[in-house]
Design a protein around this ligand. Structure first.
Ligand SMILES: [Zn+2]
Length: 402
């Protein structure tokens, strides 16, 4: 397996993008985990597809022995063909159970609804046939300049696996976005990691995605440790790209753009850049949008399509992460309903209702600590639901990263 640090040389010389659903299906001779990579769930983000072609084609050519199976899949194929984020609607916002059920019944489907059904069929088959632990990896790029980073739903199985990579990790995106594919797969119980490799047009994004794919093959146990030197190269490459941002962050704020709004981000922001409260960030319908508090700006939107203007994140100290893992393992949340204003809405599903007066004292980060996602305010209540419940821990217990 070769790893070319100079992304330019391979992206222009050897690799042309193939417009096919399957980038590769590699079946190992030995049983083991199943790793499923996605590229171009957004059609204007070809870097992941190119990186997958490069790595998976290489594994096949060199007849590398694999423990388990590796699949490379294109997400939004019609959108990739024309280089747009999507044609009718964002494929990465459709994956909620009610929406999927509705799509299954619908006679006339949008382009992206058809894509969802096709992917769902593929996924169900892969999950059914898998013999070991499953890993789902979704490769993206962003419209702004950025360090490479990981996004995950904040479940311990994701954290434990994702912490192995030397790049920033951003927790809690699922609280702000409805229907990303990875949230769906995580809610079914599997390790699901999103990787943003860099800016759409930057050739280095392909190199970062290649390094990430290689590390994933090693961390999951698909590749033997005999690939140590390649692994170290990929590790050092990403570590150097992430620099001082190799920390864990949580999302504190999202500026949503409504359908009819004219939104323009001020020029020059890059993801993870520090911002001060009151700083001018964007203009929407002629009104200035300033930072509601200090923190770091994250994924500022510099393209036409998309409803998420920018996020604000802050870093979480390591001791908080340790404490939160401990509290979740001890299931301290079971004691919460002894507090005034906190009651079970559905104990079997670990969903609680929190009186808003109580919620003022028990802030959001407190529920995050215990593994709860704080989602909607309904009437006088905050509805919080546990993110750990569905995790198929038993599937991963015997892995070397557990
Ligand atoms: Zn994307």
């Amino acid at each position: 397996m070769t790893f070319d640090m100079d992304a330019f040389s391979f992206s222009t010389k050897t690799t042309r993008i193939r417009h096919e659903r399957w980038i590769k299906k590699l079946k190992g001779k030995k049983p083991g985990p199943t790793v499923v990579f996605f590229g171009a769930v957004h059609g204007n983000e070809p870097a992941g597809v190119l990186a997958l072609q490069e790595v998976l084609d290489g594994l096949l050519q060199k007849e590398v022995d694999l423990n388990g199976d590796v699949f490379g899949i294109v997400g939004n194929l019609p959108a990739l063909k024309i280089g747009e984020r999507f044609l009718e609607e964002d494929l990465n916002r459709l994956w909620t159970i009610p929406r999927i059920e509705q799509i299954k019944q619908k006679p006339n489907l949008s382009v992206e609804e058809k894509e969802l059904l096709e992917l769902l069929n593929i996924l169900e088959k892969i999950i059914k046939e898998a013999e070991g632990p499953l890993y789902f990896i979704d490769l993206h790029t962003t419209s702004s300049a950025t360090y490479p980073f990981i996004t995950i739903n904040d479940a311990l199985i994701n954290r434990k696996f994702a912490i192995k990579y030397p790049v920033p990790m951003v927790l809690g995106i699922e609280e702000h976005l409805t229907g990303p594919m990875l949230s769906y797969l995580n809610e079914v119980g599997y390790v699901s990691i999103g990787f943003e490799a860099g800016q759409h047009s930057d050739p280095k994004s392909i190199a970062c995605a290649i390094a990430f794919i290689q590390l994933t093959l090693i961390f999951s146990g698909i590749l033997e440790i005999t690939y140590e030197s390649e692994y170290m190269k990929a590790y050092q490459f990403l570590k150097q790209k992430a620099g001082s941002m190799h920390k864990v962050f949580e999302i504190a704020h999202l500026h949503k753009i409504g359908k009819e709004n004219q939104f323009k981000m001020m020029a020059g922001f890059i993801s993870f850049q520090s911002i001060k409260k009151g700083e001018l960030l964007a203009v929407q319908n002629g009104t200035q949008i300033t930072a509601p508090f200090s923190g770091r700006i994250f994924m500022p939107l510099y393209q036409q399509k998309g409803n998420d203007g920018f996020f604000i994140i802050y870093s979480i100290p390591t001791w908080i992460l340790g404490l939160s893992a401990l509290l979740r393992n001890w299931k301290v949340d079971q004691l919460l309903t002894f507090l005034p204003g906190v009651s079970w809405e559905d104990k079997a599903k670990l969903v609680m209702r929190v009186d808003l007066r109580t919620a003022r004292f028990l802030a959001k980060p407190f529920f995050h600590l215990l593994g709860y996602r704080v989602r909607v305010k309904e009437g006088g209540y905050l509805r919080v639901s546990n993110r750990e419940r569905a995790s198929k821990d038993n599937l991963y217990r015997k892995t070397n990263w557990w």
